[in-house]
Design a protein around this ligand. Structure first.
Ligand code: ZN
Length: 415
């Protein structure tokens, strides 16, 4: 996959757009290097949209010049993008000797991209413009363990209702993205090894969405999509980041040069089953013993507190105890952060990212983040931590929605 920049400004809260634009300009030289410019139509369309979005080239002749492409190629790509409803001609520019050029701009009303992030007990739905701007969100209850058909029906109906309320219909939904809480087989868009999702494997989730909406559909793991969404909100196409989701379970997504790194079998970023000495022989949900998950995840803390006779049933219960300054729960949360930091310091030393973002219920507590941060700084080489940012993810519950929208838009442009 090639790095792309065009979806960045649209994915941003307006307050953060200027900072991001400078990221784009900083990295422009590398991004536009001749070796990176391959005659790939999908890449060309992404670059054209990127330049129009950033205002760095807004006419066909400017695009041809900045991209080093033949005017006829640019005209062809512009025609495709116009037909897709992504860009429109808007006004006439100043003449530079010849005919006055037609100005191009992104079209915000060319249709909807709908995305959803499914958890165990709820779904979050987002509606995006065709330029990648998040326009509205909605959360609704959903029992993912009831199986794919009822869950997807709830999601699809909510997506359609949102599109209708926005003044459109099913035909205006140009693409659908779905984040699922488990490893996803990219070839089929299905969940693999579904500990909390019986009946989902082999269902054909992506095919179901494509049939339902007659549109492009993308299905991926929620940690991956959250990592992509968070990266797009802060960093550019030449940068690297890790986003760790620490809630009831722990998962992470890896972004290399602005793109998702999934690994050979899609399992990249699975830090939760790393063995840590402090976990001893504690049995883990994976069948192994001594995994990080058993002592650093919400589920691990629930188990440990229950053993001490403290009545907790969920990660939310544990966090509520910490907010009430319960000494046992507070110490446990800090220690859990230290263990996560221990595992992440190896990862950070090895991978040398620009940023490490933390999201999920556990990471909503500053104590947990502080513990991770101090352990990572302590355990890493100074060269690695020189510019490293370790922060709470700012896109919150919308991270996965943004990541999914970006992949859907990439697919539409590459098609
Ligand atoms: Zn495990």
């Amino acid at each position: 996959m090639f790095p792309t920049v065009w979806a960045i400004p649209g994915n941003l809260h307006p307050d953060r757009a200027p900072a991001l634009q400078s990221t784009y300009f900083d990295s422009k030289e590398k991004f536009m290097s001749p070796s990176a410019l391959q005659p790939v139509p999908g890449r060309q369309t992404q670059e054209i949209v990127g330049h129009i979005a950033h205002g760095t080239a807004t006419t066909r002749s400017e695009l041809a010049k900045v991209l080093g492409l033949a005017p006829s190629t640019v005209s062809l790509r512009v025609a495709e993008l116009t037909e897709l409803g992504i860009i429109i001609e808007d006004g006439i520019g100043a003449s530079r000797g010849g005919r006055k050029p037609r100005m191009l701009r992104l079209r915000e009303d060319g249709g909807h991209i709908m995305t959803a992030d499914l958890g165990g007990h709820h779904a979050r739905i987002g509606r995006f413009s065709m330029t990648g701007t998040l326009l509205e969100t909605q959360s609704l209850p959903l029992q993912i363990d009831k199986g794919p058909e009822p869950s997807l029906r709830i999601v699809a109906d909510a997506m359609l209702a949102m599109a209708v309320t926005a003044g459109g219909g099913k035909a205006d939904i140009k693409g659908v993205g779905l984040a699922l809480p488990g490893p996803v087989d990219l070839a089929t868009g299905d969940v693999e090894l579904p500990s909390r999702m019986p009946d989902w494997p082999g269902f054909g989730v992506r095919a179901w969405l494509e049939r339902e909406f007659d549109a492009v559909a993308v299905v991926d793991n929620d940690a991956n999509l959250s990592a992509l969404g968070e990266h797009l909100a802060h960093l550019g196409p030449e940068q690297h980041s890790i986003t760790v989701k620490a809630g009831t379970a722990i998962g992470s997504g890896i972004i290399v040069r602005g793109e998702l790194h999934r690994g050979a079998t899609g399992a990249a970023g699975d830090v939760t089953h790393t063995r840590v000495a402090a976990a001893g022989d504690e049995p883990c949900s994976c069948g192994n013993t001594g995994c990080l998950e058993t002592i650093a995840s919400g589920a691990g803390l629930v188990r440990q507190l229950s053993r001490q006779g403290i009545a907790v049933a969920s990660t939310a219960d544990v966090l509520a105890l910490v907010r009430k300054a319960d000494p046992v729960a507070t110490t446990m949360l800090r220690t859990a952060g230290t263990y996560l930091g221990e595992v992440l310091s190896s990862v950070v030393n090895f991978f040398n990212p620009d940023a490490l973002y933390l999201t999920g219920g556990m990471a909503a507590n500053e104590l947990y983040i502080a513990a991770v941060r101090s352990r990572v700084y302590e355990g890493c080489h100074p060269l690695v931590t020189q510019k490293l940012r370790i922060e709470a993810a700012s896109t919150g519950p919308d991270a996965g929605l943004h990541g999914a929208a970006r992949l859907v838009l990439d697919r539409i442009l590459a098609a």
